[in-house]
Design a protein around this ligand. Structure first.
Ligand code: TXA
Ligand code: MG
Length: 315
């Protein structure tokens, strides 16, 4: 594959990106959560290319991205509850797992041959413009090598995937900074992954969620213990900093790197993956990152979920 192109998110860059996607190529693009690695979700070749570029285990299914609810209904079966959630939270950082519409034409590699499909309508204007220019569903996992920290800037994508994908649309830093919340709606509403939309917001609309998924749940990152892994070791809930450690702070206090000096969880989520990369660089091989305690509410659930995976023993 030739060198990866950097594209500006203007009319020419979007047209070029859409052409690459129509030819079965791979384009990384910004969403408000993290950068996605997009390919035509109807093309086995494009979707296989996504798995290959990421070195991703095949059993892990992908999210199909669409520009709006009407386009999403072509690929999944929505009931009243799903439509109410879409009306309240789309476009935005919420992925719905719904029954796959028979004959929808998605590559079976997208769903890993499950009877369900994960659907997301992103809010980022560049993602919206790309989906409309392309005119079809984009399969898009986070644009990082499998198991590594998700990218929230175009430079992060280049660090991990340069030379392995056709192009990167540069849309600057992602505003939310953690992946979308994944809600299973194939039966009882179930929180499959905490993410950029706080579970409390969903519960305010449809009542309590179950957690832990169901028997049909595939291997989500939740079941791959080590994920989002930096090279350095991680110490969680660190109230002190030991000699030689790099501190990643939260709230007031002395720390070179701080997720949010004011203790704001939205700001902390937006900074999380970038500062994890910075801390990893500073800690160096064999080093340790000491991370301050983060409250387990709102976006704190997604932040702590990603940090626990970053700290898990490496496989
Ligand atoms: O914010 C995001 O969601 C980003 C941006 C690019 O949209 N995407 C993302 O994709 O995080 P990825 O592939 O890293 O995570 C998708 C998750 C995986 O954990 C996968 O197991 C789960 O969605 N998933 C996909 N299809 C599913 C299905 N049918 N049932 C249950 N889980 C599913
Ligand atoms: Mg990912």
């Amino acid at each position: 594959m030739p060198a990866t192109l950097f594209l500006a998110p203007d009319a020419a860059g979007l047209a070029r990106a859409a052409d690459i996607l129509r030819a079965g190529g791979l384009v990384a693009f910004p969403t408000e959560t993290v950068y996605g690695l997009g390919g035509d979700a109807r093309s086995d070749r494009a979707v296989a290319g996504i798995f290959a570029a990421k070195d991703r285990p095949r059993f892990n299914p992908l999210i199909a991205h669409l520009p709006d609810l009407a386009a999403a209904e072509e690929f999944a079966l929505f009931d009243d509850r799903a439509r109410a959630l879409a009306a309240a939270f789309w476009p935005g950082p919420l992925t719905l797992v719904l029954p796959l519409r028979p004959g929808a034409g998605l590559s079976p590699l997208v769903t890993a041959e499950l009877p369900t499909v994960a659907i997301r309508v992103p809010a980022h204007p560049v993602a919206q413009a790309l989906l409309r220019a392309f005119g079809g569903p984009l399969a898009a996992p986070s644009a990082n090598p499998s198991g590594r920290v998700s990218p929230t800037r175009a430079a992060h994508v280049a660090e991990g995937l340069s030379g392995r994908i056709d192009a990167i649309l540069d849309g600057g830093a992602c505003a939310v900074g953690v992946e979308s919340t994944i809600l299973g709606l194939d039966g009882t509403a179930s929180l499959l992954r905490p993410g950029g939309l706080p579970a409390e917001s969903i519960e305010a609309l449809i009542g309590p969620l179950t957690t832990g998924g169901n028997a049909a749940k595939p291997n989500a990152p939740g079941q791959l213990a080590s994920h989002y892994a930096p090279a350095a070791a991680i110490r969680l809930n660190a109230r002190d900093t030991r000699p030689g450690e790099i501190r990643l702070g939260f709230g007031p206090g002395a720390a070179a790197l701080n997720l949010s000096p004011t203790g704001d969880l939205t700001e902390a989520a937006a900074n999380l993956f970038h500062l994890l990369r910075e801390a990893d660089r500073l800690a160096g091989p064999g080093g340790t990152i000491a991370i301050a305690p983060i409250p387990e509410t709102g976006l704190g659930r997604a932040i702590n979920d990603r940090l626990r995976r970053a700290a898990a023993p490496r496989g």
